[in-house]
Design a protein around this ligand. Structure first.
Ligand code: GLU
Length: 449
């Protein structure tokens, strides 16, 4: 049992371990939040009377289902589908779908749990959920992707809706997959219900800036953290892990804000480009051609591709992990600090292990946890829902302005909450306390449900 946990909270955590055996990522995400909450119970004893912590750790509803589909060789394939509807105190369940072979209930629950507090921080009316499948999209044909998405939604459609639960993308789920799911939902329900999914195409109910939003938001958040330290992204050498949607648009915005990203990666290795990553080429290779990051290097003789290398060994001022959970361990974090890193902003969900988080906090650098730093994606999903609800569509400039305002507000809320609770500069505390308090107040107001 971690000794940093307040005595009053320990039994709740023990209960989470007992009730959810083997779900290590979920345990990790819960512990990280509960560690921040001791002072909240002192200020709000009513949260303990209402057993808010115990209730918030138990999903409102968990759906697990079979997803059968036919591959291109006419073989029947079977995957497992999930949707964990974690908390609807602040709005309809909201959160992405992840298609990746590592997916199991523990991953979906960690993501759903994080999503509750992330969504609360945005100040927008959205509850928390997550879903997905252990389906591996890598190497699948377009037809296989379509058949899988259709089968997935043929079960999930009965659980979702614009006022109930609104899925979106995550790893392995982008515009193409949302299109196939929206089409099948429309066919089954006979409803053109824009608000049921976000991340839609621009011609059929999507929002400008949604695609860019998680990455842009992460860059804005890092910029805000640096600003309060009288610093900026101008001239900063940055390393961004990953090369999917979040990484690409983080790089684009960092460049616009004056920083230089010198490396990015995929599960095979990383590319190092001292002159700065060429975002257009990266988009071409990864988004258009759906190829690997090793295919970037041949275009620039001065860049190099390092197979199986550790991207965190590259000295940098700013690190933005945008790949996946637990990609920075204690050793990586120590190395980043030793090499002079002054800011870390998490574009991915829970990319730093608890040991790594400790290193960043002890070093006193600007460290933005995922639930605050990467909230721009889901925020813009909520803006997409707003546009759908009034059958409107906003222009790029206005939508990006709204995103930037939201990121500034989240930063301010986390910063001020941390200070108010006696942990200045600790965005982990600030985010957890501010997000939790919003949800807890609503749950108290609703009575025992
Ligand atoms: N999957 C994204 C996240 O981790 C976005 C979710 C959404 O837009 O609903 O927040």
């Amino acid at each position: 049992m971690n000794i940093t946990l307040d005595d009053k909270i320990k039994p709740a955590y023990r209960e989470v371990l007992n009730r959810n055996p083997g779900e290590t990522e979920f345990h990790q995400a819960v512990l990280e939040v509960l560690e921040s909450l001791g002072p909240v119970l002192v200020k709000h004893p009513e949260f303990a009377d209402h057993r808010i912590i115990e209730r918030i750790c138990e999903p409102e509803r968990q759906i697990i289902f079979r997803v059968p589909w036919m591959d291109d060789q006419n073989n029947v394939q079977i995957n497992r589908g999930f949707r964990v509807e974690f908390n609807s105190a602040l709005g309809p369940y909201k959160g992405g779908l992840r298609f990746h072979p590592s997916v199991y209930l523990g991953i979906i629950k960690f993501l759903g749990f994080e999503q509750i507090f992330k969504n609360a921080l945005t100040g927008l009316p959205i509850g928390g959920a997550k879903g997905g499948s252990d389906f591996d999209p890598k190497g699948k044909s377009d037809n296989e992707i379509m058949r899988f998405c259709q089968s997935f939604i043929t079960e999930l459609y009965r659980h979702i809706g614009e006022h109930t639960d609104v899925p979106a993308g995550d790893i392995g789920v982008g515009g193409r997959e949302i299109g196939y799911m929206f089409g099948q939902y429309k066919r089954i329900t006979n409803r053109w219900e824009a608000g049921v999914l976000t991340g839609k195409g621009l011609d059929w109910g999507g929002s400008l800036v949604r695609k860019e939003a998680t990455g842009y938001g992460a860059a804005f958040f890092v910029d805000e953290m640096l600003k309060v330290r009288n610093n900026s992204l101008e001239g900063k050498k940055c390393v961004v892990s990953g090369s999917g949607n979040v990484a690409i648009y983080t790089i684009e915005k960092i460049h616009q804000l004056g920083g230089k990203v010198v490396a990015c990666s995929d599960s095979g290795g990383f590319v190092y480009h001292e002159q700065g990553i060429d975002v257009e080429l990266l988009q071409q290779v990864k988004e258009v051609e759906r190829r690997r990051i090793k295919d970037y290097a041949p275009h620039y003789p001065e860049s190099k591709y390092i197979a199986k290398g550790n991207i965190w060994e590259i000295p940098c001022d700013v690190a933005i992990p945008c790949a996946t959970q637990n990609e920075i361990n204690g050793r990586d974090a120590t190395m980043l600090i030793k090499n002079g890193c002054v800011a870390v902003g998490e574009g991915a969900n829970m990319p730093t292990t608890p040991e790594g988080v400790r290193v960043f906090l002890d070093a006193g650098i600007a460290y933005g946890p995922g639930k605050a730093t990467n909230a721009g994606g889901v925020s813009t999903s909520a803006l997409e829902m707003q546009q759908n609800a009034c059958r409107d569509s906003w222009d790029f400039e206005y939508t990006e302005q709204r995103l930037q305002q939201i990121m500034r507000k989240i930063h301010k809320l986390c910063y001020e909450t941390a200070e108010q609770y006696g942990s200045p500069n600790n965005y982990v505390r600030g985010a957890n306390i501010a997000g939790f308090t919003r949800v807890a107040k609503a749950m108290v107001a609703f009575g025992l449900i």
